[in-house]
Design a protein around this ligand. Sequence first.
Ligand SMILES: Cc1cc2nc3c(=O)[nH]c(=O)nc-3n(C[C@H](O)[C@H](O)[C@H](O)COP(=O)(O)OP(=O)(O)OC[C@H]3O[C@@H](n4cnc5c(N)ncnc54)[C@H](O)[C@@H]3O)c2cc1C
Length: 424
Amino acid sequence: MNNVFDIVVCGGGMGGVCSVIAAARKGISVLLVEKYGFAGGMATSGLVNPFMSFRRQIQKADGAWECGEGDGDIIASPIFVEIVNRLKSMGAADESGQIFDDEILKFVLDGMLIESGAKILYHSFVSGAKINKSSIDEISLTTKSDNPRIRAKVFIDATGDGDLAYLAGFPYEMGAGDEGDCQPMTLCFRVGGVSGFSSFGEVMENLNSIYSDAKKSGAITIPRENVLLFRTLRPDVIHFNTTRIIGKDGTDSMELGQAEIEGRSQAMSLFSLFREKSAFFKDAFMLKMACQIGVRETRRITGAYKLTAGDVVGAKTFGDGIARSSYPIDIHNPKGEGTVIKKVEGPFYEIPFRCLIPEESTNLLMACRAISSTHEAHSSLRVMPVVASIGQAAGFAAAEAVKNKKPLSEIDGKILKSQLLSAP
Ligand SMILES: Cc1cc2nc3c(=O)[nH]c(=O)nc-3n(C[C@H](O)[C@H](O)[C@H](O)COP(=O)(O)OP(=O)(O)OC[C@H]3O[C@@H](n4cnc5c(N)ncnc54)[C@H](O)[C@@H]3O)c2cc1C
């Protein structure tokens, strides 16, 4: 394999995929390195569903802000919207574009990556970085066949955890407060064969009542206040985002593995409980547990600007605002029960380009949830449509840097914003 590229994107989640496509469509040589045999990140490996709202908020008569409903309200990046439209055209997403088929998403992303002209290297893990004065010279990969070293003009870290920035030694923060507690992990799972109900609300009520009784009696000890469940594209299949694993570090393989085991155990205890107590579960079966536990929060790489809770809630916009979100602050309690929600009080807030560049870095950009932010702001920007927008911006900026032979510090965020806003 050729070991020199213009741009190397590490990690093929929604951030990585959108940065690869944005850059490769500019005719630049791009390599995607992804540890699994498919792209999508949490959307596929973690079974995370649905795409959280990607519409601006509209102010109601009582002054409250609520998510818009029409296509004119969409604030997501064009590449993300294209992904959703391709899913819809295959009957693999609902009308809102939020609930999707994760197996078909893998196929759609393969297609878009191949069409972009990028080279795809699946089953390859980014395991090292050689740095020279704030510039990454090369990265090393661990693959099935060898451990190649890859060089590029610009590297994009889309690993979710900020693995590349960490390996290159850039500063980062993790979690909340002095103890650095991160949001809990969740192993998502799906149950099929659920039947006999007249509305989804009826199932929600039934399962929550069973769960609440089981919590009171001590039959269930999951540190979560209620059952978080979602519709899927099939009426008889229910998606559960209900396990909660606290106190584990998603950047530590031993703890991550322990969390997987604990997640499966919690999933089975919920499934057994509902099968025993809910009439809707009499023919139910465990359809699927995610092949990887969902990790909400790990490293946040320090950049020239750190997005704050005030920016999110205050719907702040920036001259170099390259991505938009109306998703609230949404913190699952790192220590146990409870979830903190704080709404965005405006149509949307923006994420400055400065949050994507690790401090001092000359050729590394972040295109995942690990951008520069506080624990609170991270809990909002982490949702998939927003990460996709961050990814598109990073890919676009990296391509500009390569085409114009400029270090990232010379990419003007204000011009980038206007280019992204006028991009088809
Ligand atoms: C349980 C849970 C529920 C959630 N619910 C929702 C929801 O309902 N809606 C919503 O929109 N968002 C939700 N989110 C948030 C969202 O799923 C994630 O924050 C988002 O997917 C992050 O995208 P990313 O591209 O930054 O990282 P990821 O999706 O994690 O992608 C990172 C990619 O990099 C790869 N990778 C990692 N390390 C390496 C390495 N060293 N070498 C090579 N490849 C590597 C991974 O395999 C992966 O493909 C949820 C998250 C969790 C955990």
